[in-house]
Design a protein around this ligand. Structure first.
Ligand SMILES: Cc1ncc(COP(=O)(O)O)c(C=O)c1O
Length: 458
């Protein structure tokens, strides 16, 4: 049956690519708490961070300017895939029979297949400009590691990736992609660092975690003058770079003649969620009505069950103390397939907004998430990354709730990446082998003991 010929795809011209990143810090009703030096308990200054990051990124981290210009060299690379399309999910709406309108912004058109290159390119650019020749990083799902490998090869930097063991084993072709782009990759925990060796000494078959891999990459970068550390999420400058997503989406929703009631993103460290949601938060703070919803896995429920507290960003306690929702820095999430969502902490900017009631969070188990992913693939065609599927499931839940309440809502979610390297996860789901892993209270209590004695948040 032919449906009405309402527009499906909303695309912007290359000339409409945003020229500035949006800095939410300028508009937040309550400022983020400072990041602290673990030794002194005092706020960290630029000099403390200089061994790990280029000065421009350190300044972006603390900037209060509402907008920051995107360098021409970064824009030139963004143009390879940006602006990304925004879709109206007509076929998904029809399959579910919802009265709501569902839109999604698709970041999987980037060379690496996700939103991650938006910050990888910017970080590689500033590092190169300030004289670094090599970057070290961690990767969970492999999306971030491949994004940074891609950015480094275009910009001319060496790159070393510590890839969480469980993903390294589940996704051999993400490894190949990282190597194709000229980076070296090792399973974490590895024998290449003290942090990795310490974990392996306690548990030789550790599945790894983002917290452990971050320790390894930070140790690597801190030990070499030619190397900086690069993080794919959590920090303010990473979220800043991702705001090209939401700025484009605001304009594309205008093209669609609509404004969302709900903006939804999956949540690992917070970067794709913030990238879409922050430009809409700006609209909300200017008086428009929109709910911002972060969706995370029940196996790693950082925003929904973690404490808002100071904690280390990594397991080895090498990073400064970060004010964020946390499950405790030695928490190792169960090996769910959404590897990019297995992080004990959260972006401090999003954590503060959750605390202020401006962002709401919910957690889902993986069989429900995969059921929504398969429905999406069978209607819209795109096979989503397991991480992004949390946002799809969130959108479908919201549509169902609206239908039950007799309401019609406009829902926008971030389809942060495709799942072409995640087919082992789909195999497991289709074979009925996925286990719904939650987190029991006893393990949560145990993990949270790791933050006892750390400074309290104000
Ligand atoms: C496709 C995709 N979406 C989402 C995430 C989660 O990260 P973040 O919360 O920073 O967007 C990842 C992380 O690896 C990812 O690969």
């Amino acid at each position: 049956m032919l449906r009405s010929v309402e527009q499906t795809k909303f695309v912007l011209a290359e000339s409409e690519l945003p020229r500035r990143w949006y800095n939410v810090r300028a508009d937040m009703p309550n400022p983020m708490q400072p990041i602290l030096h673990p030794g002194t308990g005092q706020p960290v200054g630029p000099d403390d961070l200089a061994p790990l990051f280029p000065m421009e990124l350190i300044l972006q981290e603390v900037s209060e300017e509402p907008e920051i210009a995107i360098p021409d060299e970064v824009l030139e690379i963004y143009r390879l895939w940006r602006p990304t399309p925004l879709y109206r999910a007509h076929r998904l709406e029809a399959a579910t029979g919802t009265r709501s309108r569902i839109f999604y912004k698709y970041e999987g058109v980037s060379p690496a297949g996700s939103h991650k290159p938006n910050t990888a390119v910017a970080q590689a650019f500033y590092n190169k400009r300030e004289g670094r020749t090599r970057l070290a990083t961690e990767t969970g799902a492999g999306q971030w590691g491949s994004a940074l490998a891609f950015a480094c090869t275009l910009i001319g930097l060496e790159c070393k990736v510590y890839m969480v063991r469980v993903s390294y084993d589940q996704k051999p072709f993400r490894r190949s992609l990282i190597e194709t782009w000229g980076a070296s990759v090792v399973a974490s925990p590895s024998h290449d660092t003290n942090a990795g060796r310490a974990v392996l000494a306690e548990q030789a078959d550790s599945p790894g975690s983002l917290g452990i891999a971050i320790s390894e990459a930070v140790e690597d970068a801190a030990g070499r003058a030619d190397t900086a550390y690069s993080l794919g999420s959590v920090l303010g400058h990473v979220l800043l770079h991702q705001t090209v997503i939401g700025q484009e989406a605001v304009r594309q929703m205008e093209l669609a003649g609509a404004f969302p009631d709900l903006v939804i993103g999956c949540f690992g460290g917070g970067s794709n969620f913030a990238g879409l949601a922050f430009p809409f938060l700006r609209e909300k703070l200017a008086g428009r009505d929109v709910d911002l919803l972060a969706r995370e896995p029940a196996a790693c429920p950082t925003l929904t069950r973690g404490h808002f507290a100071y904690d280390f960003g990594d397991t080895g306690k090498l990073t400064p103390l970060v004010p964020m929702h946390t499950l405790g820095h030695d928490f190792v999430p169960a090996p769910i397939h959404a590897g990019g969502l297995r992080y004990h902490g959260a972006a401090p900017l999003v954590s503060q907004l959750v605390r202020d009631g401006l962002v709401r969070a919910e957690a889902y188990v993986q069989n429900d998430v995969f059921a929504s992913a398969v429905l999406f693939a069978g209607t819209e065609g795109i096979v989503p990354a397991p991480e992004s599927a949390h946002a799809i499931h969130g959108a479908l839940q919201a549509a169902r709730a609206a239908d039950e309440a007799g309401e019609q809502r406009t829902i926008l979610f971030n389809l942060s990446g495709h799942g072409h390297f995640d087919m082992a996860a789909y195999d497991n789901y289709l074979a009925g082998k996925l286990v719904d892993l939650g987190l029991d209270d006893a393990e949560l209590d145990r993990a949270l003991r790791a933050i006892e004695g750390l400074p309290a948040v104000a």
